[in-house]
Write a protein that binds this ligand. Structure first.
Ligand SMILES: Cc1cc2nc3c(=O)[nH]c(=O)nc-3n(C[C@H](O)[C@H](O)[C@H](O)COP(=O)(O)OP(=O)(O)OC[C@H]3O[C@@H](n4cnc5c(N)ncnc54)[C@H](O)[C@@H]3O)c2cc1C
Length: 413
């Protein structure tokens, strides 16, 4: 470390081990296709529907996709004439569903497992500043319903130039490399994983070097998914997402979620463990809910819990989910991308806005947002993916933050 700096505060995410997330965002595995997302979101009779980011065919893994799916599920329930609806989960999908139902005069309760709303949008206070440990950006900004809401609320948002990261030790990536990657992925065998395509390419990398290709794949796919490349679908695993024009919210996503939750009947600490669907009603059960408030009856239920939570069987469905839904749960999965927020007493990095750091081994990658504009205190928000998480994310949070700070100081200090 060339400059002596002091860490004023830090926060660290644990999405992979969080029992109510079990991963960062949904992905399509080598045995899956986007049709699995559609299958998962297909209504099951008139009374049960799964929503959430994993069910969006083109905007999966993003807050506005989750929100849209929640609104769509609620609209379906309204069209069916339901007068009381239960919503499981108070993330973007659940809030979108409940807001829509409430605004149409439908009686709605949200049952949420955590002691807070927001799900994988997770506001955190670090050294007197408000930041996000989950979603950060309003992606696909021009066509993003939550971006329009942020504008309506006059929130301050700041663009990130994703096309121009500062990458220590590497030059700009030629466009032709990206074109070639996309071509190879699109023409892969139906059930091939990304690793197969990459191995094949590296056998004959010219006109690029193997190092250039590996770095590019780490930046574009490993950082974007955080999943093993032999599991991730070559054809479908590289979905639309981060891009030019994405903006992050000063003050964090909680400015949106608290607005959406205003006036809603939300029951925190209510982890639903069973859902029974009868011909005339649904019954939710949450065995560990406080105050003996363990069952809820309604005309219909919208379930927005993350895909890996469903796949792990955290909720028992009676009758069981149909075969296509169950197949989707095995074809889709989630990766691991963890986040760190670091606030320093002084800036040691060049002003650029967005940075990428490649680790000591292939597949180890991090990207960094300079979030100093939040309140003027030098702040970096880092996202980590790849095998180095096994060692970086060990022990107490302070130790993890210190290791992450060393990574970025070594790269940019
Ligand atoms: C590190 C990270 C960075 C990200 N960055 C971005 C970004 O910049 N931009 C972007 O658009 N997206 C980003 N995402 C993805 C985005 O956060 C999610 O796609 C979106 O928030 C998912 O919303 P959801 O409502 O589908 O699920 P969730 O937000 O996960 O909501 C589901 C809710 O269900 C609750 N729940 C789970 N089990 C139960 C149960 N049994 N009973 C009751 N409740 C239960 C959970 O606690 C949770 O509150 C990021 C995610 C992560 C982890």
């Amino acid at each position: 470390m060339s400059i002596k700096v002091r860490l004023l505060g830090s926060a660290v995410s644990h999405w992979a081990t969080d029992p109510w997330a079990r991963g960062s965002w949904s992905l399509i595995g080598r045995h899956g296709t986007p049709q699995d997302r559609v299958a998962l979101g297909t209504p099951i009779g008139d009374r049960l529907r799964i929503a959430g980011e994993a069910t969006h065919p083109t905007r999966a893994g993003m807050t506005h996709g989750a929100y849209e799916q929640g609104v769509a599920a609620a609209t379906g329930a309204i069209e069916l004439g339901h007068t009381s609806v239960a919503v499981v989960g108070a993330g973007m999908a659940g809030l979108g569903a409940a807001r829509t139902l409430h605004d149409h005069g439908v009686q709605v309760q949200i049952w949420e497992a955590r002691d807070r709303i927001g799900g994988r949008t997770a506001g955190v206070d670090v050294a007197s500043g408000a930041f996000d440990l989950g979603a950060n950006w309003l992606q696909q900004y021009d066509d993003n319903v939550l971006a329009r809401l942020a504008e309506k609320l006059n929130l301050t948002t700041i663009p990130t130039d994703f096309g121009n990261p500062l990458v220590p030790g590497a030059g700009p990536v030629p466009d032709a490399l990206e074109d070639e990657l996309r071509k190879r992925l699109a023409s892969a065998a139906p059930q091939a994983g990304v690793a197969e395509v990459l191995d094949d390419w590296l056998r004959d990398p010219a006109p690029w070097t193997a190092a250039e290709i590996t770095r590019f794949v780490d930046a574009e796919i490993v950082m974007d998914a955080g999943a093993p490349l032999d599991w991730l679908s070559a054809r479908h695993g590289f979905e639309p997402g981060v891009g030019e024009g994405d903006r992050w919210i000063v003050g964090g996503y909680r400015l949106l979620t608290t607005h959406l939750a205003t006036g809603l009947d939300i029951h925190l600490n209510h982890p639903v463990d069973r859902i029974r669907v009868d011909p005339d009603r649904v019954t939710l059960h949450a065995g560990s809910a406080p105050g003996g408030n363990t069952t809820l009856e309604a005309d219909a239920v919208i379930v927005t819990v993350p895909l890996p939570v469903l796949a792990a069987g955290a909720i028992t469905f009676d009758p069981p989910l149909p075969p296509d839904h169950q197949a989707a749960l095995t074809h889709l999965g989630a990766g691991r991308v963890e986040k760190v927020i670091l606030r320093f007493d002084r800036r040691f990095w060049p002003e650029h806005g967005y940075y990428r750091v490649h680790g000591p081994a292939p597949r180890c990658v991090s990207e960094w947002l300079d979030a100093t504009a939040a309140d003027g205190t030098p702040t970096l928000v880092g996202l980590f993916a790849g095998p180095w998480l096994d060692t970086l994310w060990a022990g107490p949070d302070d130790a993890i933050a210190t290791r992450c700070a060393a990574v970025i100081q070594e790269a940019l200090g």
